[in-house]
Design a protein around this ligand. Structure first.
Ligand SMILES: [Zn+2]
Length: 147
C-alpha cells in the first residue's frame, strides 16, 4: 500500500517545524541562510575623499577580496579607489546610503545565487568581459558581466 504522505498537505507551521529541525542538524548552513545580512557601510567623508572603515567585514561576508569589491565600486562610482590596510579610500565624496546601494547590487549579482538565494559562491573568469558565477550550494553556474 502506498503511503499517503504525498497526498497530504503539511500545514505551514508543521512544514516550518520540520524545516527548522532539518536545518538545526546542519548548524553552519542554518547560520548562513538565516543570519545572512549584508553589513551596512561604515563610512566618513574626509575632504574630497570617502573612507570606508568596514570593508574587511563586507569582504568577509561576501567571501571576496577587498580589492575585488574596490574594483567593482570604482567602476560603479567612476572614481579611483584603493585599499589601505583595513580601509577603503574612495576618491570622491559619497554618502553611506549610496555606497550601501552599490554594495547591495554587488551582493545581489556577484555573491547571492539567483537560483537558490544562498551566498556560498565564487566567480570564475569567462573571458570577453564576462564572469561565471558558480554556486557552491546548488551547483548553478551562469554568466554575469565582469566589472
Ligand atoms: Zn545556488
Amino acid at each position: 500500500m502506498q503511503s499517503t504522505i504525498h497526498g497530504e498537505r503539511l500545514e505551514d507551521s508543521e512544514y516550518e517545524r520540520l524545516l527548522s529541525r532539518a536545518l538545526s542538524k546542519v548548524p553552519d548552513l542554518a547560520a548562513q541562510s538565516v543570519d545572512f545580512a549584508i553589513p551596512k557601510v561604515d563610512s566618513i567623508n574626509e575632504g574630497t575623499k570617502t573612507i570606508v572603515n568596514n570593508i574587511m567585514a563586507i569582504a568577509d561576508k561576501a567571501r571576496r577580496k577587498p580589492e575585488e569589491i574596490a574594483r567593482f565600486l570604482s567602476k560603479e562610482l567612476g572614481v579611483p579607489i584603493s585599499v589601505e590596510g583595513q580601509r577603503l579610500i574612495v576618491n570622491g565624496r559619497f554618502n553611506a546610503k549610496d555606497l550601501d546601494a552599490k554594495i547591495l547590487n554587488y551582493f545581489n549579482t556577484y555573491v547571492i545565487c539567483k537560483e537558490c538565494h544562498k551566498p556560498d559562491s565564487h566567480l570564475e573568469s569567462a573571458g570577453r568581459g564576462m564572469l561565471y558565477f558558480v554556486c557552491e550550494a546548488c551547483g548553478a553556474r551562469y554568466a554575469v558581466k565582469n566589472y
